[in-house]
Design a protein around this ligand. Structure first.
Ligand code: FEO
Length: 409
């Protein structure tokens, strides 16, 4: 791989991580990239660095264009270590005239690196710097997804360097979304959104409104992970949809089972959903990774959770998924709970508590079955599926949301 010119005198100089498979709890089956960008102008400006393990790859790319010591400015759009891990060494190597960061970026830099002599300069939303022919305008994007996060916009090139926003955990030899099979990058962007940004959806809505109000003319979005968008309308529209929690006519049934009783219940609930025209996904927490489950949750109108009672609680796999899910704050969901038990039977109440914490509209009562479900109990499960499905249908009709996506599947 080499440095790639993405706009005249603007280059991708990042690194490709083909082998990462876990990004603090997010399964990155396809690896990722750490994207850095370099502008060659009267002032040479670098935007973010890379994870420290990848410094040689980044330096190789920079050296294809310039001697790193020629770098005048470094813009720190985000201090998380996958983008700033190499920052201290980079500053030592190139001795930049200035290092720009947001006000919260300054605090993050201080608490991560404890620098004593870095030429830090704080920039706020609306501030800009001239590089010569090109300008960099800054836009703070607090909590997208850290307090320090910031965008850099190059008006002369209609280029938005967007930090983590609009990214995907996707390693590829291609640099652009439109070079991949149609829709592929958007699927990875959806997983990224669900796992990293969903909890900040209100901020995403505010940001999209702000960008529209500012009238930014954008024809390229270059994120810090994955491929670059040359058709930004596509991902902007998707972010608008995802951040409004617009769901499909679909339910996800997430469960774990000890001796297949709760599993049988899950399957009968799915049949009930099917009988009223609601698409159902049955996901065992044993075999599906939490970060894949959350993608299904994000696009579902209903979340139905099941666990047998284990040690007066729920299965650890379900505790894992539900803790992760609750943190990511899915909203506007219908919920229900079910599970088998041997003697004490707390699981359905515990599961219902998680659903209430996520502000779900809970369909009561859930279904509890002692030991192994008989035909009557399985009918109860089918009926729960029907009740949830009818609530989904009523909600979809009320919201005027189409089931187009399911129809396309
Ligand atoms: Fe890609 Fe928030 O770091």
């Amino acid at each position: 791989m080499g440095a790639e010119e993405i706009k005249e005198n603007i280059y991708w100089v990042g690194a490709i991580d083909w082998n990462i498979r876990d990004f603090h709890g997010y399964s990155t089956y396809k690896g990722t990239t750490y994207n850095s960008y370099l502008i060659k102008d009267e002032k040479i400006c670098l935007f973010d660095t890379v994870k420290s393990d990848f410094k040689n790859e980044m330096l190789y790319h920079i050296r294809q264009l310039i001697d790193p010591e020629q770098i005048d400015y470094i813009v720190v759009n985000h201090v998380e270590l996958d983008h700033s891990g190499y920052l201290p060494e980079m500053i030592a190597l190139c001795k930049p005239e200035k290092v720009f960061c947001s006000p919260m970026g300054l605090k993050a830099i201080e608490s991560h690196f404890h620098p004593v002599d870095w030429p830090l300069e704080v920039v706020k939303s609306g501030d800009s710097i001239s590089l010569g022919a090109k300008t960099v305008q800054f836009l703070e994007t607090k909590m997208l997804h850290w307090p320090d996060s910031m965008f850099s916009y190059i008006p002369e090139d209609k280029l938005l360097i967007s930090s983590d926003a609009f990214g995907q955990h996707l390693a590829s030899t291609e640099r652009y979304a439109d070079e991949l099979p149609e829709g592929a990058a958007l699927l990875d962007a959806e997983k990224y959104y669900a796992n990293i940004l969903m909890l900040f959806s209100p901020n995403v809505q505010k940001l999209l409104a702000k960008v529209a109000e500012m009238g930014l003319d954008i024809d390229m979005i270059a994120p810090d992970h994955g491929v670059i968008w040359r058709d930004p309308a596509l991902v902007l529209a998707a972010y608008d949809r995802w951040s409004q929690h617009i769901a499909d006519r679909k339910a996800v049934i997430i469960y774990d089972s000890m001796w297949h009783s709760t599993e049988k219940m899950a399957k009968n609930i799915s049949a009930g959903l099917r009988s009223v025209g609601v698409h159902a996904r049955v996901l065992s927490a044993k075999v599906n990774h939490r970060s894949d489950i959350i993608v299904e949750v994000a696009s579902a109108k209903a979340v139905i959770v099941g666990s047998p009672t284990l040690n007066n609680g729920i299965m650890p796999t379900m505790a894992d998924v539900l803790t992760y899910m609750k943190g990511l704050r899915p909203r506007k969901k219908i919920g229900a709970a079910f599970g088998s038990f041997g003697w004490s039977g707390e699981s359905v109440n515990i599961l219902t508590g998680f659903l209430e914490d996520m502000h779900c509209e809970v369909i009561e009562p859930g279904v509890k079955v002692k030991n192994v479900p008989d035909h009557a109990a399985l009918q109860e499960c089918f009926d729960l599926g029907v009740r949830v499905g009818m609530a989904v249908n009523a909600s979809m009709e009320a919201e005027g949301t189409s089931a187009a996506r399911v129809a396309e599947d």
